[in-house]
Design a protein around this ligand. Structure first.
Ligand SMILES: Nc1nc2c([nH]c(=O)n2[C@H]2C[C@H](O)[C@@H](COP(=O)(O)OP(=O)(O)OP(=O)(O)O)O2)c(=O)[nH]1
Length: 165
């Protein structure tokens, strides 16, 4: 069949912005991956039966070892291109603000929770990075708006995830 008559193919990516105490989890794209060497937030392809938020949380757990819950959609980026096989490909990334699920433990003092969370080791190339330091990192161009958004907002107090409930 003429590729131009075929249904477009969707590539959906859910990304987790795990934000706590003015920090966000950032990794580095590995050799052999697209955008190798660039910074990235945990995330990956949406699997069948999932929505973007669920994919972001699953990928975050798989990649960093940290269980998170999605709170709200912060940004989405979409592009359309014709793939090598001639079929139109719609690529969409959704960036979901997430919080570590351990924050629901109301027995812990905030400062204790903060230090235990931010110093706990994450798997692979992922680390807690101060939001202000994002300006020094190079991300894929799809991340430009979300980085601007994070740098322009005060996530240090009012955007803290609630805990104790
Ligand atoms: N995880 C993640 N992916 C991102 C970000 N920004 C961005 O453009 N991407 C792109 C890179 C990939 O094309 C896609 C993520 O898919 P993936 O992690 O499953 O990547 P992959 O190497 O298996 O996929 P591919 O693109 O190499 O085929 O989204 C980000 O902040 N985090």
């Amino acid at each position: 069949m003429n590729p131009s008559l075929q249904e477009p193919r969707f590539k959906k990516i859910g990304v987790a912005l795990v934000i706590a105490w003015g920090h966000v989890i950032v990794g580095q794209r590995q050799p052999g991956q697209s955008f190798a060497g660039l910074a990235e937030f945990p995330g990956g392809k949406v699997e069948s039966g999932e929505d973007f938020a669920a994919a972001a949380c699953r990928e975050c757990l798989e990649e960093t070892g940290l269980a998170v819950a999605a709170e709200r959609l912060l940004d989405a980026w979409q592009s359309i291109r014709v793939a090598d096989d001639g079929i139109e490909e719609i690529f969409r990334i959704e960036f979901w603000q997430c919080r570590p699920v351990s924050l629901s433990n109301n027995l812990l003092e905030s400062s204790l929770l903060e230090s235990s969370l931010l110093t706990s080791s994450l798997a692979g190339a992922f680390h807690w990075v101060p939001i202000a330091d994002l300006a020094q990192l190079k991300f894929p161009s799809a991340n430009t708006k979300i980085i601007e958004l994070l740098l322009s907002r005060n996530f240090s107090q009012s955007e803290e995830p609630h805990h104790g409930s």
